[in-house]
Structure formats: structure tokens, C-alpha cells
Write a protein that binds this ligand. Sequence first.
Ligand code: HEC
Ligand code: HEC
Ligand code: HEC
Length: 425
Amino acid sequence: MKRILWTISSTMAALGLGAAALVALNLRGEEPLTTNETVQSTPELVKRGAYLARAGNCMACHTVQGGAPYAGGRGIDTPFGVIHTSNLTPDKATGIGNWSAAEFWRALHNGRSRDGRLLYPAFPYTSYTQVTREDSDAIYAYLQSLPAVAQANRPHALRFPYNTQAALGVWRALFFVPGAPPAESTQTAEYNRGAYLVNGLGHCAACHTPRNALGASSQAQAFSGGLIPVQNWYAPALNAAAEAGVAQWPVADVVALLKTGVAPQGSVTGPMAEVVFRSTQYLSDADAQAIAVYLRALPQQAPAAPAVVKPSAATLARGGKVYEQHCAQCHGDSGEGQPGAFPALAGNRAVVLQDPTNLVRVVLQGGYLPATAGNPRPHGMPPFMQVLGDEDVAAVSTFVRNAWGNQAGAVGTIGVYRARERRGS
Ligand code: HEC
Ligand code: HEC
Ligand code: HEC
């Protein structure tokens, strides 16, 4: 009896200690809120906040298609369920009308809501934690200047145990440490500005860094490329020339990619087209240039020697036929493309990425380059979902990966079948 009591009480004590440790870990870096702080809103501050909100692409997630801007309600699909974004308009009952600037900053910096609730990292506060208080105040002033929209937040649809604050607390204890703006390095002011934008508001790591089974990305593997869960797009490595690295590009070409979606060496598609369309095209020339300087200086990964599965002659012949019939009119007989209209497929690294996910997605679903001030009426690529069967999609994908000097592994029919099943999610 005594023994049982002892076991129970020591278990309780251990649980209590564990809970206390969890709470402590989740309060790391949090200062007590000062409630009487106000931000003196001025037209200049609101304007700066609007600019920064675009750099952070806040509207993309916090708006449903066709809905009121910033009123929230958009569902973010994760492997753990759907998380709905919040109403950020100044409505007092359903939005952030009653929030103080300090509470707003705590949400960005510590991932905690006004009522103390821990927030899910589908809200990329693991990056925004590096945003300065000054920039947070400007965004706050901007959001408070918007028309208030009364729209209650939708509850999340997460599976157990992911729907509990305890599970989220454990996740945060393991994977989240509130940050400061990246330490000023001995590099130039321009480099430091680029580091701040890429790692903070730009949240480039949210897609371009691999995630573990619990959805966390590791600092050690920063920018080495990641498969965006559920959406199923591969965000290639920003630190590898064979993927999305730009170390060898002239600065002006990186700026062109960020501001127009097109550069002589490549163009953006899928989720990256959205990023350019809603966010990076609005960067000032100075900020776009700072990002370019930082990206060019990223320490480069050693190139991996991919094991290439040699495609069969029959597959190449079949793919070549499909290409001639369905693709050559735009991308050219030799995959040379048409500058300013259709991307070249010959020598295009997006085509020969080791992971063929994006290639298959583009062939099945087509796509548009983003419409930007620098490229206002971009051409589109038609979807081949209804036109080509899985075997033809696999064959033509394999063909473009192995024609005109390109060399990459064959694409299997199974991969196409899976990509088709996941379409739209
Ligand atoms: C990738 C999508 C995404 C982006 C980009 C994003 N958010 Fe969010 N945000 C979310 C999600 C999802 C939630 C809800 C999290 C939760 O309820 O746990 C959220 C919650 C919040 C909250 C907490 C609201 C509340 O009621 O607790 C604030 C504040 C916020 N976001 C501000 C911003 C700002 C400012 C930006 C731009 C700098 C931004 N968000 C960009 C997805 C996003
Ligand atoms: C929502 C996810 C997402 C975010 C956020 C994101 N990217 Fe991307 N990015 C992608 C995907 C997916 C691709 C691959 C498709 C493509 O080539 O456009 C890509 C491609 C790229 C490329 C290669 C383009 C080419 O033609 O070679 C660069 C460079 C790039 N991203 C830079 C950035 C920078 C800088 C940021 C932060 C400001 C960023 N990305 C934020 C998803 C994202
Ligand atoms: C009507 C013209 C047209 C046809 C036909 C066409 N494409 Fe495209 N394709 C485009 C345009 C425009 C883009 C750029 C839009 C984008 O990337 O979303 C593009 C983009 C691509 C990309 C992405 C390149 C990159 O740099 O990210 C690939 C791969 C591709 N096409 C392959 C094909 C294949 C394979 C076929 C035949 C099955 C085909 N295309 C047929 C116009 C076309």
C-alpha cells in the first residue's frame, strides 16, 4: 500500500515537474506585458506597416479567396489537420481591435495569442520572431487602420493529440526559441538587411528548409530544400547551384526574379509564383537587392552526386513523341523556349531537379507566371491533366529530363498517379 502511494505520489511529482518545465520552456524570452503602451499612429507609420506586411506576405494567409482582406478564415492544410487563420482586422469582438501593440508583438515574437493561448507554427512565427519591435509596431498600426470586419475565427480541425495545448507546448519546448534579429555580422549593411528580410518577415525558410515528422525545420539544414507538406511542392535548396541557389547569378538577375518572376536563368511557378505575386514584387529596389546580396553569400552545400536511373529507349521515344505533339509549339523543338514568353527546358535546373515533384505538377496542372509590373501579361502553361494519361506524363517528363544535354533520373508512372490523386490539396 505504502509502495503504491509512493509510486503514485512520485509519478504525480514527476508529472508536476514536467509540466512546470514545459511551462517554463514555453515562457522563454517572454517579458511581462506592459499594458498601457500605445503606438502613436501616423500616416507614415501606417504606410511603412503596409510595406512590411507585404514583405511578410501576411495577407496571403489571412484572407480567404474572394473574402475581405485580413479577415482570416483561410484553412492551412498540415499533416496534422487544418488550421484556420485569424481575423487581423480591428474589429473589437472578432479581430484584433482590442489588442495592444505589445500583445501584437508577443504574437509575432513569442507565438502567443492575446488570451495567452499558444499559437500553431503554421503561423510562421518561428521566422517572425526575428522581426524587430519597431517593425511589429508599424504593421500593427497598419492593421489597425484597416476597415473592421466582423467575422468570428473558425475553429481548427486538428486530430488528437495535435489539437491540445499540451502537445503544442511540447513541440515548442523542443523546437522553438524566441529569437532576436540576426546578429549584425561583419558583413555590409546591405547583407545584414538581406539577412533580416530573408530570415524574418520573408520567412523563406518556412518552405525552403526541410521539416521533420513533427513539422519542425532544423537550423542546421537551413535553406537546404524542403517538400511542402500536403501541398506537395518541392521548394529547392537556396544554397545549391543545382537547385535554387543564386550564388552564380548577377545581383540584377536575382532582383529580376524577385520583382518580375522571371530571370534569364529561370522563372517561378506554383507557390513561389504566389510569393512573387503577393509579396516580393512590391519590395523596394534596395530591399530586393539586399536579399540578393544575402542569398548570393549563403554558404553553399556540397553538390550531391545523384544516382541516375537510366530511362529506357522505349520511354524516351514515347516521351519524344508526346513532346513533339503537345509541348514543342511553345518550348521549341530543341527545348530552347522563347525568351520573354516560354521558358527554355534545355539546361533548365527546375526540369532536372533530383526530386521531379514540381515538373510533374506543372505538366499535370499547368501554371502561370505571376503578373507583375515588370511582366504584366505573362503567358500560361495549359494543364495536361485531362489530355495525357499517367504513362504519357511520365514519359514526356522523363524525356525533357534527358534531351538536349539534360540528364536526370526517369520519372515513374506511380509518381504521376500519386501527384494526380493529390491535386488541389
Ligand atoms: C503561412 C501562413 C501565415 C502567414 C504568412 C501569416 N500568418 Fe498569421 N497566422 C497564421 C495562422 C494559421 C494563424 C492561427 C494560429 C493559431 O490559431 O494557432 C495565425 C495567427 C496570427 C496571429 C494571432 C491572432 C490571434 O487571434 O491569436 C497574429 C497576430 C498574426 N497571425 C499576424 C500575422 C502577421 C502580422 C503576418 C505577417 C507578418 C502573418 N500573421 C502572416 C498563418 C499565417
Ligand atoms: C510558400 C512557400 C515558399 C516561400 C515562403 C518561399 N518560396 Fe521560394 N520557392 C518555393 C517553391 C515551391 C519553389 C520551386 C518552384 C519554382 O522554381 O518557382 C521556389 C523557388 C525559389 C527560387 C528558384 C527560382 C528559380 O527559377 O530557380 C528562389 C531563388 C526562391 N524560391 C527564393 C525564395 C526567397 C528569397 C524567399 C523568401 C523571400 C522564398 N523563396 C520564399 C516556395 C517558397
Ligand atoms: C501554350 C504554350 C505551352 C505549352 C503547349 C506547354 N507549355 Fe510548358 N510552359 C509554358 C509557360 C508559359 C510556362 C511558364 C509558366 C509557369 O512556369 O507556370 C511553362 C512552364 C513549363 C515548365 C516549368 C519550367 C520552369 O522553369 O519552372 C515545364 C517543366 C514545362 N512547361 C513543361 C512542358 C511540357 C512537358 C509540355 C508538354 C506536355 C508543355 N510544357 C507544354 C507554356 C507551354
